[in-house]
Design a protein around this ligand. Sequence first.
Ligand code: ADE
Ligand code: ZN
Ligand code: ZN
Length: 260
Amino acid sequence: MRILIAAALLLLSNPLQAFSKTGHQLICDMAYQLVSDTTRLQIDSLIAASPYQQFSQSCSWADEMRADPAFDYASALHFVNFSRDKKQVSAADCPAHGCILSAITDMQRRLKQNRNDWQALLFLAHFTGDLHQPLHVSFADDLGGNRTAVYFYGLPNNLHGVWDFALLKQLGYETDANKAAALFNRISAKQRSAWRQGNALSWANESAALTLGIYQGYTPGMLIDDSYVLQYQAIVEQRLQQAGVRLALLFDQSLDATVN
Ligand code: ADE
Ligand code: ZN
Ligand code: ZN
């Protein structure tokens, strides 16, 4: 019984905090291909100083080290919440202890200041991915959907988990590497240059707009199946592509002096 209670507490106290490993890997793979050669060399040397062999494998580090109390400060940096009566998120929604918006700025600054700061690289990679998962820009009352129950193909799940993991798995990205390559190859030059506009706040507001729609379509205990997956497939895929393009931009800004 005690073990059961401990397990339940662990589950409750540890809401899912990120796009799945698959999602982060996909985004980092795309960014790695899009950065300048100078930036890619810098990334390689930062990764050589990290516990990882390959950059794309490292983009869930920010989740994996959450058990380490030394990184407690970072647990609020995976998301930003805004009021349910508002249509937009603003910089003022970022609390004093920080949020995903301040974290992205901070990690860029850390990388510029110290070219050996591999932790800043991995945080920046991870948070830029999270920023594009709509429910990482969401509402505090249900922990960004972690406490909002749904059924996914008949099994109990929560809205946040559907957007972190279940949709990507259902769309085949967990098992089919060709799908990831095809997604990357579908990014046009026009999209790439359009998506490089803006900043973390405007990208957060794209997530906020999607979140408002996701909650408009939510009914308690709702059943999520093929029609929902079909409704959101293009959006999920575009968020992954945008995250890849924008992560490459943020890396170039931080690691390649010729970009600025
Ligand atoms: N905890 C509280 N709000 C959250 C959010 N929007 N995303 C992930 N975890 C959260
Ligand atoms: Zn995260
Ligand atoms: Zn998440």
